[in-house]
Design a binder for this molecule. Structure first.
Ligand code: ZN
Length: 343
């Protein structure tokens, strides 16, 4: 099946692969039966690259379902981030030219047009960033190009929606702090993309009021089809469209299924339902993929990155082909990143 795949190489909005590699001890360069993503499986599924998250867990990782723990403090967060960041850079370094850390949209496009696998460095939760912005300068120089203000927790900048709260509106908890507003302006100035997946609804609107960049949710779905607070309401989708932003389809079964259950026994067609809904609401220029590979439970039928041809077939079955399919699989990411980064 993989050899027969004829679609444009995919660029993906989110994975937690580096944390999975560390946890399991598997190598990015060897095909594994564990997790979702490694280089061999990416090539089988025509995945040409994507956002690689750097995620520092909160000290109280066992927070009760439906609650939002405090994020890690600055010192421990920076220590852990340096370790994860270094491991990602090591992969590119050890790849012999097969993996490239990308810093511009032109570099991503060159990767997708037959170049190496593209690794875009993303910070999922801004706890390692000091209020003066010095760490951001260092991480930017090392290749960081995307930041989500928070994960499922509260920190100095913002508050995320809780895990395992279903059904629920994303309107849970307070909006941005003053430090959060300052950080949004700093990320704009530095031309670093701001990711709105995970932030609560008040935080979303606070960012929307301040930012000069398109609104982007790298791995979220349509709340109208699955009332998980990680998904975006119609009003939020409208704001993404108006800002020329992008939403990446999250493959998490709990964010796809109408019943919100963490049950992988669901048809891949349900993923196409969310794509179709979001395209109808926002237009073909504002929907992309944001798998959440190695960070969540995906449909059993899809299984892993090597199963991407099945998802593309389900999307094609809704009538998306040619230039429209290319936009969904890669073009919308490249376009929104070019507009955000200015290069
Ligand atoms: Zn996430």
């Amino acid at each position: 099946m993989a050899q027969a795949a004829a679609y444009p190489p995919i660029f993906d909005g989110h994975n937690d692969t580096i944390m999975s590699l560390t946890r399991t001890g598997r190598s990015f360069f060897e095909r594994s039966a564990e997790g979702h993503l490694d280089l061999p499986r990416a090539l089988e599924g025509r995945l040409g690259g994507g956002f690689f998250a750097i995620y520092v867990p909160p000290p109280d990782a066992q927070a009760a379902a439906g609650s939002v723990p405090a994020g890690p403090d600055l010192g421990p967060a920076q220590t852990e981030m340096l370790s994860i960041f270094g491991r990602l850079l090591e992969i590119a370094q050890a790849s012999g030219g097969r993996v490239q850390v990308v810093r511009t949209a032109a570099e991503i496009q060159a990767c997708l047009d037959g170049g190496p696998f593209a690794m875009l460095l993303h910070l999922e939760g801004a706890e390692p960033l000091d209020p003066e912005g010095r760490a951001l300068e260092v991480f930017y120089a090392a290749g960081l190009r995307s930041v989500g203000l928070t994960h499922a927790r509260r920190n100095a900048f913002s508050t995320g929606v809780p895990m395992r709260a279903f059904p629920s509106s994303p309107d849970i908890g307070p909006g941005l702090t003053d430090a959060g507003k300052t950080l949004v302006r700093r990320l704009n100035t530095r031309k670093v993309m701001i990711d709105l997946s995970h932030i609560n609804e008040r935080g979303f609107w606070d960012v929307a009021a301040i930012t000069d960049a398109p609104l982007v949710a790298t791995h979220s779905n349509a709340h109208a089809l699955c009332r998980n607070p990680r998904n975006l309401t119609d009003k939020q989708l409208d704001a993404v469209r108006e800002s020329r932003g992008v939403v990446g389809l999250n493959f998490a079964v709990g964010f796809l299924r109408e019943d919100g259950a963490r049950d992988a026994g669901m048809p891949i067609a349900r993923m196409a339902d969310h794509v179709e809904y979001m395209v109808k609401r926002m237009g073909i220029d504002h929907v992309a993929l944001g798998s959440d590979f190695d960070g969540t439970l995906v449909p059993a039928e899809l299984r892993d990155a090597a199963g991407l041809p099945k998802l593309v077939a389900a999307i094609e079955a809704r009538g998306y082909k040619g230039g429209d399919l290319r936009k969904l699989l890669q073009g919308n990411w490249v376009r929104v990143l070019r507009e955000t980064w200015g290069a």
